[in-house]
Design a binder for this molecule. Structure first.
Ligand SMILES: Nc1ncnc2c1ncn2[C@@H]1O[C@H](COP(=O)(O)OP(=O)(O)OP(=O)(O)O)[C@@H](O)[C@H]1O
Length: 807
């Protein structure tokens, strides 16, 4: 329950951009020492005031004059402070102010958690007021005891409730204090009282009882050892043994005098010490207090929750004015004439096909207007759907989309593009309350829906996003809008990007925030990956990171990154055991088609693995492609990317590949897009963020203090660890060179190709392939796929052999 509450509170904390003043370590030390000295100064001046106030009294009013001499140890300042806090204020209780100020200084100086300090101040001030009122009873004998405030409150209370009433009220307040502050309960008081009582009675009884016991031991039998030595075959000896161990002695309140008892055994007499009138009073069992606070709670109390943002605690989120307002403050304007015309054309067209309309309603969006039609009873929906092209023709507009029926509304929607589409600026999306108050892990402000609502989705819930769109339709702008959203909402400690940009131009601006927001491979210079081979290494490295994160989650007994981080923040996971705060990792791949074409399975396999498993551990994928064909967006990729964005594509087939339905081919471009998360399609006008704006944002972030380096991903050592065969030229097969030429020409490192072309047996071909690998001509074994050929042309191969010959 308690943890639940905590989670909630941290949630709200992260949702709002923090505004609290955070002091640096140096500032804390300076302020702390200043407060400590002020506190000590107050202590000196108050103490001194008690001895000198009468002499200094005459100075009041003239205290600002330099010639005047005060007796207080802190001179006029001390006398003034004493007069203000002690005489005019709270009397002797004013010392609380001096003590609390000193304490505050100590807390700041040593950077202790502030929660305890707040409690000290709260209770300290209350106690001070109570004491000054209490001393008000005695202020007639000494006016300094209560100060003016204490006296006045006491006097006021006595006027209204009389002396008895005031005393009762003060007693009540004292009880409240004792119960709430010192957690005193009647049981505790009684237990303490009983303990004291038993201690006293024990002390009291000790002297005579020991004397008696001594007597008996010296006489005959006094302990069990001696009794066991006594052989008593016939009649058993009744012995009363009282183990006087410590715990019982505490509980036994009263043991009366011990006296000698004589037991007749027949043969001889045994005298044992026996206590007379043993009355055992068992003290009330005091429930052992169960320790409510474990180590983590104590750590949190002392140091506060772990704050991942502490290292960059002065980090400033980008300001809204870095973004341009493309609407120039204007919202959507409704063109009544256009609406009327479109409505008439729709009605006429449908009437031509004998479809009557019961009602029609228009919702004007930034780029399209939705006309919702309720057809007359008995009209088949498929009939309207089939008329899509005819309606489009009669409206003479590109990008008509018919939604029949609109899910959950029971109407038929016809989306008609506006004559003057409006740009939705990123600024309005970021500034919208919906985005600002979004309590999401990774909120993305994508743009505005047809009903002009800002559309915000959580990438963490998607959990991966596939984007497609023909060239120039707004894909890059969309990617920038996504990255901008995250930059406006997330601290560098909370999210890291892995950017793959084969086009080498789209994402370069983000290089400036490398040490804030990017992750890269160990030893790499650039964080933004443009080379296909590096993409493979990066993806595999992310798979290792994923596996490591799963191990951490398993050890922490949690199911996902959110629970893990909450537990880590509550200091329940020990960093010495390898636990660390886990930032979200967002992998962005622009131009996925290029990658699949060049690296195929090598890219597809780790992507599919990440997409399948990475959601729980906070790695999310955004994959964009120009060519949404089935050999790029394969079944396995599609199955793991339920969230998809389609900008305008060129054919219905492409639309089906990306969305599993048509529609994307009917869009009008320029950021007009369809979004689906597995069920409904939502038409959105993507927020527009231009390159200069992105540059301003990255400049703004890049100019701030950063981490020493980008987040370093785990090292991935590929299977190309080298073959066991030495690159020994003399031991090479006679057909080595020919084989190399065959493979370089075919650009395919397969043994079966050699078998066919050179008419070799399987074993010999395999051996030659190994030798070629050792020589660095072909890549390592890659399962069912042919090995890569590292030498691109025959010229290069000749060069390689020449170099070898020269060495
Ligand atoms: N949301 C939008 N609002 C208004 N205009 C847009 C929007 N998105 C894109 N555009 C316009 O379309 C142009 C091309 O967009 P963008 O560069 O994003 O296309 P693209 O799909 O990434 O193209 P390519 O695949 O060739 O890189 C932009 O320069 C801009 O003028």
């Amino acid at each position: 329950m308690a943890t639940k509450k905590k989670v909630k509170s941290t949630k709200t904390k992260t949702a709002k951009t923090p505004l609290k003043v955070v002091l640096s370590k140096q500032q804390k030390i300076i302020l702390g020492s200043l407060l400590m000295l002020v506190g000590v100064g107050l202590l000196i001046s108050f103490t001194s005031f008690f001895f000198t106030w009468q002499e200094d009294q005459s100075l009041i009013g003239t205290i600002t004059e330099r010639e005047v001499e005060a007796k207080n140890l802190l001179s006029k300042l001390g006398s003034g402070l004493g007069h203000f806090f002690v005489y005019q204020g709270f009397g002797i209780a004013a010392f609380a102010i001096a003590i609390l100020t000193t304490l505050t200084g100590v807390y700041l100086f040593f950077d202790y958690a502030k929660t305890q300090l707040k409690k000290f101040w709260f209770w300290g001030i209350l106690l001070m007021i109570w004491l000054s009122v209490f001393f008000g009873f005695f202020s007639k004998t000494n006016s300094l005891l209560s100060g003016v405030i204490g006296f006045e409150i006491n006097d006021w209370l006595q006027d209204y409730t009389g002396l008895a009433g005031t005393v009762l009220l003060m007693v009540f307040l004292a009880i409240v204090y004792l119960v709430l502050r010192l957690k005193l309960t009647p049981e505790k008081v009684i237990a303490a009282f009983n303990k004291k009582k038993s201690e006293i009675s024990e002390d009291f009884n000790k002297a005579p009882s020991t004397a008696n016991i001594d007597d008996t031991t010296t006489s005959e039998i006094s302990n069990t050892e001696t009794i066991s030595e006594v052989k008593t075959p016939t009649s058993p000896i009744t012995t009363t043994e009282i183990p006087l161990n410590e715990s019982i002695s505490n509980q036994v309140e009263k043991i009366s005098e011990v006296k000698e008892t004589i037991i007749d055994t027949g043969d001889f007499k045994v005298e044992i010490a026996q206590e007379e009138e043993v009355t055992i009073e068992v003290a009330k069992i005091v429930e052992e207090k169960s320790e409510k606070k474990n180590l983590s709670d104590k750590l949190v109390e002392d140091f506060g929750e772990f704050d991942p943002t502490l290292e960059l605690s002065n980090y400033k989120f980008p300001t809204i004015d870095l973004l341009k307002d493309y609407t120039a403050g204007q919202g959507i304007t409704i063109n009544q004439e256009e609406l009327e015309n479109n409505k008439n054309r729709i009605v006429d067209t449908l009437n031509n096909y004998k479809i009557g309309i019961a009602s029609i309603k228009a919702t004007v969006g930034p780029t399209v207007t939705l006309y919702e039609i309720v057809p007359d009873a008995g009209i088949r929906i498929s009939k309207i759907k089939n008329l899509e092209d005819d309606i489009a023709l009669s409206l003479a507009a590109l990008g008509i989309r018919i939604i029949a029926p609109i899910p959950g509304r029971g109407t038929i929607g016809i989306e008609v593009p506006n004559k003057n589409p409006k740009t939705v600026s990123m600024r309005s999306t970021i500034a919208s309350p919906k985005f600002q108050s979004a309590e999401m892990e990774l909120p993305l402000g994508l743009g505005k829906t047809i009903s002009n609502e800002t559309f915000v989705v959580d990438l963490a819930k998607m959990p991966h996003l596939l984007m497609a769109g023909a060239t120039g339709q707004g894909k890059s702008v969309g990617l920038n809008a996504i990255l901008t959203s995250l930059l406006y909402k997330k601290h560098p400690a909370e999210v890291k990007f892995v950017l793959v940009d084969p086009k080498k131009v789209e994402l370069t601006l983000f290089n400036k925030i490398e040490r804030h927001f990017l992750a890269k491979l160990p030893g790499d210079e650039d964080a933004i990956i443009t080379d296909t081979n590096k993409v493979i290494t990066t993806l595999n490295s992310l798979c290792i990171e994923m596996d490591q994160r799963y191990d951490l989650l398993k050890e922490a007994y949690v199911r996902n990154i959110k629970e893990y981080n909450t537990k880590f923040k509550a200091r329940k996971l020990n960093p010495n055991d390898g636990h660390r705060y886990l930032p979200y990792i967002v992998l962005v791949i622009d131009e996925f088609a290029d990658l699949i074409m060049t690296a195929g399975k090598e890219v597809e396999t780790p992507i599919a693995r990440l997409a399948q498993l990475a959601r729980a551990i906070g790695i999310h994928l955004i994959v964009a492609t120009q060519r949404p064909s089935v050999n790029v967006i394969t079944g396995i990729i599609k199955a793991n990317f339920p969230a998809r964005i389609a900008f305008r594509v060129t054919s219905k087939i492409d639309s089906r590949t990306i969305l599993d339905s048509g529609g994307a081919d009917q869009l009008i471009g320029r950021g007009d897009m369809l979004y689906t998360q597995g069920n409904d399609l939502v038409r959105i006008q993507c927020a527009f963020v231009d390159t200069p704006e992105v540059a301003d944002i990255t400049d703004f972030i890049g100019s701030q203090k950063a981490y020493p380096e980008a987040l370093i991903l785990p090292e991935y050592v590929g299977e190309d660890g080298g073959t066991t065969i030495d690159n020994n030229v003399s031991e090479r097969d006679k057909l080595f060179r020919e084989a190399a030429e065959v493979l370089v020409i075919a650009q395919q490192g397969s043994a079966s190709l050699l078998q066919r072309k050179l008419k070799l047996g399987y074993n010999r071909a395999g051996r030659i392939i190994d030798q070629l690998e050792a020589a660095g001509i072909v890549g390592p074994f890659e399962g069912s796929k042919a090995r890569q050929v590292y030498v691109p042309t025959l010229e290069a191969l000749n060069q390689l052999f020449n170099d070898e010959g020269n060495n």
